[in-house]
Design a protein around this ligand. Structure first.
Ligand SMILES: Cc1ncc(COP(=O)(O)O)c(C=O)c1O
Length: 392
């Protein structure tokens, strides 16, 4: 058998794949699994977006041809208008907006477009895996910035050794953050990041996939609202969570025109962009009624409350997140002798509940668990009863 490349071999096993294998195993034994591991929205895409797709595919056969890879002008214009209205940030739709086959694709390809073998990327730990896996695939080196609870999961960029910062080419940040659910309250940290990026001449990638999944009146600031941010950085967005469109594969990146142009160039050798029909659905999503986004927020907020309050009654204290569709929970006291992966395996076998081990997001995620709020409300009550079994 011919071996795969060293790069591929050296990638850590994707945590969701490991959990999925286990889930299949316990399902085969007849267990009813409650899926709370992957951040995969369970609710349908809003109906006006679905209708737009059906109508477009049926009645506009010209959309069956190859799409405009960088995104059709109409969608890029709508994205720039949405940004202006939502964040008061001005963007040139021709040079500062690029449509993606989901933000994960864009983040990975950006690392590949910029990193030479041995180049350093500054990556939070724990974090959404593509932030480090993209760097590995590019042949780059990851310098981990620990995200610690005592620092509200904000990295201490001042603590990065000078020689590392000098060699670094990309700095990744993500607020609201997956998996810790951390948020920034204002743009002070972002200002520090801009200053740092200018000093060391590096690119800032802000993953803003959860910009709209916010609760209790919290409003997530855009990195691009920070003075000088557009000189150094880009911001990634997703339709997956905001409009329950995870399976449609559409996202976008905005910001610095030179970074956007290099990513566009890289992508032009890899893909043909997002289907025109789906791009038009992106237009409908951003310009159509936004009460669907409110409903999505309310769904997660309700589930968050059921779970955090229910767990507290079981003696398991978890902070109520202000954003994202996750809970970031320390291992229950009783099970702290286990690793997070061992606990997830134990939980799945004992109760049929699938969640993600913190270690899958980086070594500083050890000791924590990520619970995704992605099943029907009634199932959370069922999950609480199952948790009770192992906690008491
Ligand atoms: C922080 C973060 N960024 C990006 C993504 C990927 O989003 P998309 O579906 O747009 O590729 C996810 C998905 O869970 C995520 O959590």
């Amino acid at each position: 058998m011919i071996e795969c490349s060293e790069k591929l071999k050296n990638l850590p096993p994707y945590i969701f794949a490991r959990i999925k294998k286990l889930k299949d195993e316990v399902r085969l034994c007849g267990t009813d699994v409650i899926d709370l591991d992957m951040g995969n929205p369970d609710k349908p895409t809003p109906s006006h977006i679905v209708e737009r797709l059906c109508d477009t595919v049926r009645n506009h056969p010209d959309t069956h041809r190859y799409p405009q890879a960088k995104g059709m002008p109409k969608l890029r214009k709508v994205i720039s208008e949405w940004y202006k209205e939502r964040f008061n940030v001005d963007l040139d739709p021709d040079k500062q907006v690029l449509v993606l086959v989901g933000s994960k694709e864009g983040i990975c390809h950006l690392a590949m477009a910029y990193l030479n073998p041995g180049d350093i990327a500054l990556v939070p730990d724990p974090t959404y895996p593509v932030h480090f896996n993209g760097v590995y695939l590019a042949g780059g080196e990851v310098y981990s910035m620990p995200l610690l609870e005592k620092n509200n999961y904000i990295p201490k960029i001042g603590a990065i050794p000078d020689e590392v910062s000098k060699k670094a080419k990309i700095l990744f940040i993500c607020y609201p953050h997956n998996p810790t659910t951390a948020v920034v309250e204002d743009t002070n940290f972002f200002s520090e990041v801009v200053e740092f990026a200018k000093k060391y001449n590096l690119i800032v990638v802000h993953d803003f996939a959860y910009s709209e999944i916010v609760f209790d009146g919290y409003d997530a600031p855009s990195f691009l609202q920070t003075p000088g941010a557009i000189d150094v950085g880009v911001e990634f967005h997703s339709f997956s969570k905001t409009y329950n469109m995870a399976g449609w594969r559409i996202g976008f990146v905005v910001g610095n025109s030179s970074i956007i142009s290099n990513l566009e160039k890289f992508k032009s050798f890899v893909d043909y962009g997002v289907s025109t029909a789906i791009q038009l659905c992106g237009v409908s999503a951003l310009t159509g009624p936004q009460d669907c986004v409110d409903e999505i927020r309310q769904v997660y907020q309700k589930r968050r409350n059921i779970m955090v309050e229910g767990m507290a009654k079981l003696g398991w204290e978890i902070k109520k997140p202000k954003a994202t569709m996750y809970l970031w929970a320390p291992l229950p006291q009783k099970y702290r002798h286990m690793s997070s992966m061992q606990f997830c395996e134990f939980l799945l076998r004992e109760t049929g509940i699938a969640i993600s081990p913190g270690s899958g997001f980086g070594k500083y995620g050890e000791g924590y668990l990520r619970i995704a709020l992605v099943t029907h409300n009634n199932r959370f009550h069922d999950a609480l009863l199952r948790f009770k079994k192992i906690l008491q």
